[in-house]
Design a protein around this ligand. Structure first.
Ligand code: FUB
Length: 312
């Protein structure tokens, strides 16, 4: 009995400790993190769930949070909103952003209205950003093979200098970018993922494509749907084909899951959104992160969502 009591006490002590590990970076509802280390500090660009209607993801501006130590985060407001793109409807929804640094400039890839991706450019990571073109970089009405929804842009800059833009729902899309980062270079291709587990029909590509490289291997991570798990596949070339490898993060109690990997100073983190703030939900998400660990064979260890797993 004493042993049982001791175990229960220890478990009770562990609960707040474990829950504390899953802390949102901001008390403002936000989602779809695009994390970076630029100019000596951490930057997270995000979809703004605090200014949406609460019934849909219909906010029209993106948010930025910065940190020097990944513990204390500063809300830098809205570095960009859809009105910067004169070709966009001012009420068009502003979804999962991406930012890339090249040639001393910061490129902001902005999915607008669910059918276009714009690109803005700035000299500082916090902006201001101006439209880098006079039209959308990706436009469902103009470009072949963009799929159902050209959203969720992610940029991967390989060591050989070739940049790639990934995007899309249901079928992952990849296209080369010219060195200027604002022009497509060649066709939009489908990205092939082989080896999904046959016994799980829910294991498919949904959205949130992200590409990073480690030890010569390309890691393609994504959400499997609505709701979705974050899973990954690997390949020896950026264009694939990719081989399914496993789950990084399980289902969350919200309808979406959207991740990005940040690597800095030999460390690796998975940023994603969750339901961690009071009053939260599928349209009121919160950004958090967890360490990302690899096994010797290059497999990614599954990230434990501790707030759920220690629940009695
Ligand atoms: O935030 C709006 C949409 O929800 C994103 O584009 C998707 O990735 C999902 O997180």
């Amino acid at each position: 009995m004493k042993i049982v009591k001791a175990f229960v006490c220890a478990a009770m002590l562990l609960i707040p400790l474990a829950a504390a590990a899953q802390t949102p970076i901001t008390s403002r509802f936000s989602a779809d993190p695009s994390p970076h280390f630029f100019a000596g500090q951490f930057y997270v660009y995000a979809t703004d769930d605090a200014s949406n209607s609460g019934k849909y993801w219909d906010s029209t501006a993106w948010r930025l949070y910065t940190s020097k130590d990944m513990k204390t985060w500063v809300d830098k407001g809205a570095p960009l909103d859809v009105t910067v793109f004169k070709w966009a409807k001012p009420e068009a929804k502003a979804w999962a952003p991406e930012v890339a640094f090249r040639h001393g400039k910061y490129f902001f890839y902005a999915p607008i209205g669910g059918d276009k991706i714009g690109v803005a450019v700035g000299n500082q990571p916090e902006g201001p950003f101006r439209d880098a073109r006079t039209d959308a970089l990706i436009d469902k009405a103009r470009d072949p093979n963009v799929g159902d929804e050209p959203i969720d842009p992610a940029v991967f800059l390989d060591k050989d200098g070739q940049a790639y833009l990934l995007f899309g729902t249901r079928v992952p899309k990849i296209v080369k970018l010219k060195s200027d980062m604002v022009t497509l270079d060649g066709p939009i291709r489908n990205l092939t993922i082989n080896g999904f587990p046959r016994d799980d029909p829910k294991k498919m590509y949904g959205e949130a494509p992200f590409l990073h490289k480690r030890g010569g291997l390309y890691y393609f991570s994504f959400s499997t749907g609505w709701p979705g798990q974050i899973v990954y596949a690997t390949a020896t070339t950026p264009l694939g084909p990719y081989q399914y490898r496993g789950v990084i993060l399980g289902y969350l109690p919200i309808s979406t899951n959207h991740q990005a990997v940040l690597e800095h100073a030999g460390k690796s983190w998975l940023f994603y959104h969750d339901n961690l703030l009071p009053g939260g939900g599928s349209h009121r998400r919160s950004i958090t992160y967890a360490p990302l660990r690899y096994n010797r064979d290059g497999a990614i260890e599954k990230v434990t969502r501790q707030t759920v797993e220690v629940e009695p």
